[in-house]
Write a protein that binds this ligand. Structure first.
Ligand code: BG6
Length: 375
């Protein structure tokens, strides 16, 4: 792991440890040669997994944002309908789940009481359960039918960063694993995605190498009182987590919202006083991604007409978004299903630098704890 002495806080060290955390989470579980994903701790038979007709993902905080990206991954790669729930809400909706369904519980600590209670309820209703956690031997892992460890190393800072990107990598690995079992993913497609997974750490290092650009951006905006983060489709959970990071560590009020929904209300807030972070990346080889990109460009034109300041995340080589945005942070191109793992990194950096410039205790924000072990 990165040399801890180089960093003033756990949070910035853990942000910079993400390439290594991704390598430790991904490399030993994929084989590029035969296009296979190997998950040794899923103690559910292939027959039962092949028959899974619905997946419920349940988590809290940043872990739920990972689950929201997992919904897109599993629906796309395994053709299985997926619901995502707040752990604290799961029991309130008397979930109609049971046999033939799979429930996935994502929790960095493995000890979040709401999430553990939700797993207990899912098991009682007959659902098989899988845990994705960063703590080996934690309660959630011990009580699940199967588990996938994020090998992110101990995450000390209360705000979750390296565990979050490792959780999304694990969700993608499981989506590919399930897609292969359900014969929805060809070997060639699996090999393509495995090569892209293996390229993520290096692309993350590219983004981290430009951290000073994000720091300069934080210098311009750390005194601001409100922010809105906007993202479409699988980028919406990234907007949600970018907003949560900023709230958690800098105490700046921030809201994550689906870009296409801004016109249904939030637009009334958008003027020169409300800076926007708009995720406007694209995978030029994916028609759906390009269609969403074009809608984002249209939305940005509207926001600029309203006088808003726009900070955009754009794909390297894009010449359109930088002309529209006041500031652009570039992300290396990647398949859309994997892009959240890259897009969140500059937003983590932005939250860190804003909080540090406000002189706050970035590793131990007021009123927060690392694991809420009480419901
Ligand atoms: C909160 C943490 O208390 O719990 C968040 O501040 C975290 O960072 C959330 O995302 C869920 O924790 P866990 O351990 O269940 O992922």
């Amino acid at each position: 792991m990165a040399d801890a002495r180089k960093f003033p806080h756990h949070l910035i060290r853990e942000i910079f440890e993400q390439p290594e955390a991704l390598r430790r989470t991904i490399d030993a579980r994929v084989s590029l040669a035969d296009g296979l994903v190997r998950l040794d701790d899923i103690h559910i038979s292939r027959e039962e997994l092949r028959a899974v007709r619905r997946i419920n993902i349940v988590a809290s905080g940043t872990s739920r944002h990972a689950g929201m990206t997992g919904q897109f991954m599993m629906q796309e790669l395994a053709a299985v309908p997926v619901d995502v729930d707040y752990a604290s809400e799961f029991e309130n909706r008397d979930p109609m789940i049971g046999r033939g369904e799979l429930s996935i519980f994502i929790t960095q600590s493995g000890e979040t009481a709401d999430t553990n209670a939700a797993q207990h309820e899912a098991r009682q209703k007959g659902s098989r359960t899988i845990a994705i956690t960063n703590v080996e031997g934690s309660t959630i892992a011990r009580e699940a039918d199967g588990f996938i460890y994020t090998h992110a190393g101990p995450e000390i800072s209360i705000a979750s960063t390296k565990a979050f990107t490792a959780q999304m990598a694990c969700l993608f690995l499981f989506a590919l694993y399930l897609g292969e079992i359900k014969e929805k993913v060809s070997t060639a497609l699996a090999q393509h995605y495995i090569a892209e997974l293996l390229a993520l750490p290096r692309k993350t290092e590219t983004i981290l190498a430009a951290a000073d650009r994000v720091e300069r951006l934080a210098e311009l905006y750390y005194r601001v009182d409100d922010f809105m983060f906007l993202g479409r489709a699988i980028h919406y959970p990234v907007a949600m987590d970018g907003a949560l990071k900023l709230k958690e560590v800098s105490y700046i009020h921030a809201e994550g919202y689906p870009t296409g929904e801004a016109k249904h209300g939030p637009n009334a807030l958008i003027d020169f006083r409300l800076p926007l972070v708009v995720i406007a990346t694209r995978d030029s080889k994916d028609a759906g991604s390009v269609m969403r990109y074009e809608k984002n460009v249209g939305n940005m034109e509207g926001f600029k007409k309203q006088g808003a300041t726009v900070i955009a995340l754009a794909t390297e080589g894009d010449a359109i978004v930088p002309k529209l945005a006041d500031h652009t942070i570039f992300i290396p191109e990647a398949p859309e299903l994997l892009s959240p793992i890259l897009e969140i990194v500059p937003l983590q950096l932005f939250a860190y630098y804003a909080a540090a410039k406000r002189g706050l205790d970035v590793d131990r924000p007021r009123n927060l704890v690392k694991a809420v072990t009480l419901e």
